[in-house]
Design a protein around this ligand. Structure first.
Ligand SMILES: [Ca+2]
Length: 169
């Protein structure tokens, strides 16, 4: 008699548990689990800082220091590109109408970065004011994995605006 009561109680618990977890079909739950596991085993590059000289002459070499970090759980390598921009929106140039919105100022490889690792990348290019090429103050910005070649946890945190640089003729 006592055993019967225990089994009935456990059966009720099992029923409640099944109902509580039954928001989706088993297939949907398996897919959701796969997505979560996939996201947790990807790299996630971010640009932490973008630092360049205070001034440069148009047409001269410009070296920008970009700190790239990997916030993901898997090591990966990539590239980083630097741009000169009139505003704080950095638009990578991936081909298309010319001239680009923002002026490319070099790109460089990013060595294999493990989880939670950061690296200072020296990016060297040539400094020109963005179109229409008016001398003045511009923002330095950097984009990591601009072509989205590396699957990441987040693709929306790959851009950073950095220091302002005066470009003279
Ligand atoms: Ca990212």
């Amino acid at each position: 008699m006592k055993g019967n009561i225990t089994r009935t109680f456990l059966g009720a618990l099992a029923l409640v548990t099944t109902v509580g977890c039954g928001a989706g079909t088993p297939e949907e739950e398996q897919q959701q689990t796969a997505v979560e596991q996939g996201l947790s085993s990807l790299p996630d590059f971010i640009v932490a800082t973008v630092q360049g000289p205070a001034s440069v002459q148009s047409g001269q070499s410009l070296t920008t220091t970009v700190k790239v970090c990997n916030y993901g759980s898997v090591a990966a390598s990539t590239t980083v590109a630097v741009y000169l921009s009139q505003d704080t929106v950095i638009t990578p140039y991936m081909g298309g109408p010319f001239p680009p919105v923002d002026q490319p100022a070099g790109n460089a490889p990013v060595t294999n970065l493990g989880p939670s690792q950061c690296v200072d990348v020296q990016v060297t290019g040539t400094a020109y004011p963005p179109p229409p090429r008016t001398p003045g103050n511009y923002y330095l910005g950097a984009v990591v994995d601009a072509g989205n070649y590396v699957p990441e946890v987040s693709e929306t945190n790959n851009t950073r605006v950095g220091s302002v640089i005066a470009i003279s003729l």
